[in-house]
Design a protein around this ligand. Structure first.
Ligand code: ADP
Ligand code: MG
Ligand code: ZN
Length: 478
């Protein structure tokens, strides 16, 4: 048994997909040239008058409901005071006293074990600007600052210290991202910084309750680095504790290239920020009817969708994969409306469809294949109009051209040949052309029939109905 048990709590920042910022009407587009989405309000110039973005609150409520939180009835927007060069006002506005959501949870499954990670709170806050460093050294003379991001609405999701390993942290984040993508409140792109995760890590002697001293690890920009960063930090703390040394309360920076965490600054205490409600932003009462309206508009979330697909007869593996993305699950559902063989449908979607999407680096809705066209193709295969093999060819063409299966089949004359008269002609010619295998068959080496069927398929360019060929050929040989 391990001597120490890791205890981890996560703080996840997610940028909301509102068109405008939290307190002004500046745009929120990612990747614009620096300092073009700014105004006196988000630059914090003297005399600025912020006014709250209703959509941002609505999105935060939506996320909170999706994560099983209770919604506050009253809230203020509070100034959290600190100085940094990416923070022009000298304070960040955040729901410090009354978070939008509290007491939620996310269930994860790691190696078959169900774990519930409690969400302590979800609050709204503004994003900061961004420092652009020329060199390695933070705060070096050649740093520049871009305020396009300043004032973009974020929610911060804070978990209880319920996570017990780096792997669980990763699974939590992935599940969180899937749920949030379903609600469409954020695009949750870790590589673009619209989803960012800080990890609080501590160790305690295995089997004991009290929490150990934690550090906070920042700057992990992918699921993989979150896992690596936490693993590193656990090992580092373990080595200290085993030597009888103490873990310092500090914020540490994950260095992706070196694969280590480095001390960045000692920990700020909440009281250091001197928080108080911003006198320019009026307190907000959140109406119960507004909340229930938002609740009604929530889409079916991954877990209930998974259960519903399993109910249609899909194996858990398929249902998990298909519900891992809302777009894919929507695609599946629309196709299923027209074609009711749940498993055949998931085979085509998980196989050919996913393969072609991946090869073309495309999103689910970026191919030309529509759900009802896919359903049409599968019906043609079922009816025997085309063979499964030809179906795959037709599929590829539907994927790039957007044509209906029947259209492609007629244009190219791909209908399966089941007509026995037509097949007999081909079969006779194949028998005549291959006396050796025919002889072998008649001498009891019946497996040579496979070769002969293959020749017929080749001759008909895959269009012959293989069952019919098999039957006619057997009769003729016998
Ligand atoms: P701080 O005031 O230092 O930011 P909080 O109590 O606000 O600490 O908690 C911040 C995050 O750290 C939460 O996700 C919480 O679950 C987690 N956390 C708190 N204490 C510990 C600990 N001892 N070990 C690991 N995580 C912790
Ligand atoms: Mg904190
Ligand atoms: Zn602005």
């Amino acid at each position: 048994m391990k001597q120490f048990e890791p205890v981890i709590g996560l703080e996840v920042h997610v940028e909301l997909l509102t068109k405008t910022k939290l307190f002004c009407r500046c745009g929120t587009t990612f990747g614009k040239e620096p300092n073009v989405q700014v105004c006196p309000i988000c630059l914090g110039l003297p005399g600025h008058r912020p006014s709250l973005n209703r959509s941002a609150v609505e999105y935060a409520i939506k996320a909170s409901l999706a994560l099983n939180c209770e919604i506050t009835e009253y809230t203020t927007f509070d100034r959290k005071n600190y100085f940094y060069c990416d923070l022009p006002k000298g304070y960040q506005i955040s729901q410090f006293f009354y978070p939008t959501g509290t007491n939620g949870y996310v269930d994860i499954n790691v190696h078959g074990e169900e774990r519930r990670i409690r969400v302590r709170q979800i609050h709204i806050e503004e994003d900061t600007g961004k420092l652009l460093h020329q060199g390695e050294i933070v705060d070096s003379a050649d740093s520049e600052v871009d305020f396009n991001r300043a004032g973009i609405p974020l929610i911060e999701i804070v978990t209880q210290p319920d996570v017990r390993s780096a792997e669980e942290a990763r699974a939590f984040l992935q599940k969180l991202r899937t749920i949030l993508l379903y609600t469409e409140i954020s695009d949750c792109k870790m590589e673009e910084g619209s989803m960012r995760c800080d990890a609080n890590v501590s160790l305690r002697p295995a089997g004991t309750e009290p929490l150990g001293q934690k550090t906070e690890v920042k700057n992990m920009n992918s699921f993989r680095s979150v896992q690596r960063g936490i693993e590193y930090e656990i090992d580092r703390q373990e080595a200290l504790l085993q030597k009888g040394l103490q873990v310092a309360p500090e914020t540490r920076h994950w260095d992706e290239n070196k694969g280590i965490t480095k001390a960045m600054r000692s920990k700020f205490l909440a009281s250091d920020y001197r928080c108080f409600p911003d006198p320019n932003v009026i307190p907000l009462f959140i109406d119960k009817s507004w909340v229930s309206h938002i609740q009604k508009e929530l889409p079916e979330l991954p877990e209930s969708r998974f259960a519903r697909l399993v109910g249609l007869g899909l194996p858990a593996y398929d249902a998990e994969l298909i519900t891992s993305s809302k777009e894919l699950a929507d695609f599946y559902d629309s196709a299923y409306e027209h074609y009711k063989d749940a498993k055949a449908l998931s085979n085509w979607i998980m196989g050919d469809f996913m393969r072609l999407l991946k090869a073309g680096n495309l999103g689910v809705n970026e191919s030309k294949l529509t759900p009802d066209n896919l359903a049409g193709l599968l019906s043609l295969v079922d009816k025997g109009t085309i063979s499964g093999k030809i179906g795959k060819e037709v599929f590829e063409e539907m994927f790039t051209s957007g044509k209906k299966a029947q259209e492609i089949v007629s244009e190219k004359g791909l209908e399966q040949i089941s007509d026995s008269g037509e097949l007999e002609k081909v079969i006779d010619s194949i028998i005549a052309a291959h006396p050796g295998p025919v002889e072998d068959f008649r001498n009891g080496k019946t497996q040579t029939i496979g070769f002969l069927v293959g020749q017929v398929m080749k001759e008909t360019r895959g269009k012959a109905n293989p069952q019919a060929v098999n039957q006619i050929l057997t009769e003729k040989l016998q």
